[in-house]
Design a protein around this ligand. Sequence first.
Ligand SMILES: [Co+2]
Length: 446
Amino acid sequence: MSAEQKKEETPKVEEKEVKQPVEGGNDEEGEEAGGEKKMSKAARRRARQRELKAAGLLDNAGNPDNEDESNPYPKVGKTFIRQTWPEPTIPVSKQFPKNGMPKGEECEYVLDNNTYRITSEEKRAMERASQEEIQELREAAEVHRQVRTWAQSWIAPGQSLMQITDRIEGKLETLIGKDGIVRGQAFPTGASINNIAAHDTPNTGDKRLLGEDDVLKIDYGTQINGRIIDCAFTWHQNRRYDPLVEAVKAATNEGIKQAGIDVRLCDIGEAIQEVMESYEVELNGKTYQVKPCRNLSGHSISPYIIHAGKSVPIVKGGDQTKMEEGELFAVETFGSTGRGVVYEDLECSHYMINPENVNKPIRHDKAKHLLGHIQKNFSTLAFCRKWLDRQGQNRHIMGLNQLCDAGIVDRYPPLCDIKGSYTAQYEHTILLRPTQKEVLSRGNDY
Ligand SMILES: [Co+2]
């Protein structure tokens, strides 16, 4: 899920002033996890071919199709097979060997006292120890990339937000190999339009359609064993929004560039703001300087916890806490033509258990039963009302409200800038590995 909202300000709004690098699938052999038996490269490749053939994933000639020029996915490599197109159908776990998931973008640390890391034997040993986590994150990131490559090929005006989110969620489940809370969606698919910056997804019965002049933020997450990839992009068709969208993309990339071990969070926020505010966008003859939404921020992530405690601000004046080795962060920025402040509005769709209050006593039977369902299906991950309906919990609203009123579940309503404004978002998940920073969700789209 994207944005974390700062609690201190929820302004009332009355004014009406506004009228790269890596696509999944590098050809490298995955590093063997420590202690695993060593095979020669050729032997590994033959073993892999046998495995793929047995799984029915190779054509008669023993090759997956490399000929289709319209297929945007990487061509088959020595150790992986190509995703199908126009309908991706192969789970990512079947495309790549377990220890050879495609890497994200790797960046050396730039702070003077951290340049030794890339060659440090000690730091390399630490990375081998966390191979399993890294591979799970890379697989989740590859699912994210493949799903969005596909979604970007068909999202168009006239479609309903319900169709768009349903299709994304269905494809995500196929490519990740949905398995309860072990593999699947990390939070509801954000489909937030125009002045709505984040945390909107259709509830059952929502009839809203995507319009030609809309700016749509698509924000979904993937998770494997609780290792979460949180990554988002902005869809728009009308070219007049290009500068707004470019501003936000550049600001997010600036945040990613600045991030690193021992870097102060406040310094990242300041750099993001400077880049964002260097852009202007003209709409209906009026020029707007792009403003960061100052009460939204990126966040640290821990297993099954989307907001793990640290915030990555997108304006100056943030706190001086530093990023640390091993941490996972969602770096996300929001730009706006409105006030640059969001407030909670509209019908709530996103909900999440508050782990601190989950053991509070509940009197109502319905609420108790619903809580059991939520714990079993979502654990501490965010969920939405549509998902409850489809799991047979279609009379959930009273129980859900009781859980919210008891503080056991929290509501995350849509976060909006003023009416008539437009907001954009870009987001990536980065891992501060001991030797290098890895932009896990980087693709050749953004
Ligand atoms: Co996020």
